[in-house]
Design a protein around this ligand. Structure first.
Ligand code: DDH
Length: 291
């Protein structure tokens, strides 16, 4: 079978790199969406595909891509992610041998790297499951809540306080959309570049409740153009979380190192990889790497 044929028996690293390159070139080309990139919404798709994991029952996680189906596609938390799924559909059509579950995660890895984030090692091995594997609503975090809720949700996935803070740095990317979550605005001034700005802004700006008719959110006092969710603010209000915010605000390198490690784990939750394949994780080459 040829390289893009549905029956490609043993896809190699080069085959996955070709998919990566296709996603990267579509990211480059389709620059009239939102703040100029589909990157943030691709990261969110990969996270919401993975973040349904429950370590007690082994259900949820990135194996399955069950967000293709109602009811999971209609869960409030997933509002707007159709944009990311639609973005990736032509990639799936061009490389039909890749599973949706591996493709969505590769989309997240590609978006993070192409938005100048750290390398996130990748391995394939996810299989698509049917509608019966959809997870119940309520497994993803609710932005109106505080620290206890964050711990309930992320401990269920198997993460600790430091990892909750590291994962939350993804909010350097993208924005809230009134017609999706009800919230509005970006967290940083460069929402299409991954940096530790989420932490520096959280600590250095003065934040007020936004006066509006929408859900309770914070806005920065000086420019009134940035936002924080109640769950974001919990990271500086809670003394278990705050030292990690301070550490990542001080060092982008520390943030990148910890973010890469924890996102790798997030993206592999619930996947029954064959034993021994940890050593088969690949570094997918970013387009900006000229070597
Ligand atoms: Fe998030 N996130 N997220 N988030 N998230 C939203 C957008 C984005 C929460 C709520 C929201 C993570 C954690 C949390 C991204 C990545 C990650 C929006 C706005 C809400 C609300 C959606 C919209 O209106 O379009 C809450 C609550 C939490 C938490 O409790 C910790 C994590 C762990 C990640 C990750 O990727 C590791 C990204 C990227 C976006 C921007 C999406 C976009 O379209 O732009």
């Amino acid at each position: 079978k040829n390289k893009t044929g549905a029956a490609l028996a043993n896809p190699t690293k080069a085959d996955y790199q070709a998919v990566y390159d296709e996603i990267a070139s579509r990211l480059e080309e389709k620059d009239d969406y939102d703040d100029g990139s589909f990157g943030p919404v691709l990261v969110r798709l990969a996270w919401h595909a993975s973040g349904t994991y429950d370590k007690e029952t082994g259900t949820g996680g990135s194996n399955g891509a069950t967000m293709r189906f109602h009811p999971e596609s209609s869960h409030g938390a997933n509002a707007g992610l159709i944009a990311a799924r639609d973005f990736l559909d032509p990639v799936k059509a061009k490389f039909p041998w890749i599973t949706y579950s591996d493709l969505w995660i590769l989309g997240g890895v590609c978006a993070i790297q192409e938005m100048q984030g750290p390398i996130v090692p990748y391995r394939p091995g996810r299989s698509d499951r049917d509608v019966a594997a959809c997870t119940p609503d309520g497994r993803l975090p609710d932005a109106t809540q505080g620290g206890d809720h964050l711990r309930n949700i992320f401990y269920r996935m198997g993460f600790n306080d430091q990892e909750i803070v590291a994962l939350s740095g993804a909010h350097a990317l993208g924005r809230c959309h009134r017609d999706r979550s009800g919230f509005e605005g970006p967290w940083t001034f460069s929402p299409t570049v991954l940096t530790n700005d989420f932490y520096t802004l959280l600590l250095e700006q003065k934040w007020d409740w936004k006066k509006w008719d929408g859900p309770k959110q914070y806005e920065d006092k000086s420019t009134k153009s940035l936002m924080m969710l109640p769950t974001d603010m919990a990271l500086v209000q809670d003394k278990g979380f705050r030292p990690h915010v301070e550490r990542y605000a001080k060092s982008n390198d520390e943030f990148f190192k910890d973010f890469s490690a924890v996102v790798l784990r997030l993206f592999e939750l619930g996947v029954p990889f064959a034993a021994g394949t940890e050593s088969q994780r690949w570094t997918m080459k970013p387009t900006w790497d000229e070597s």
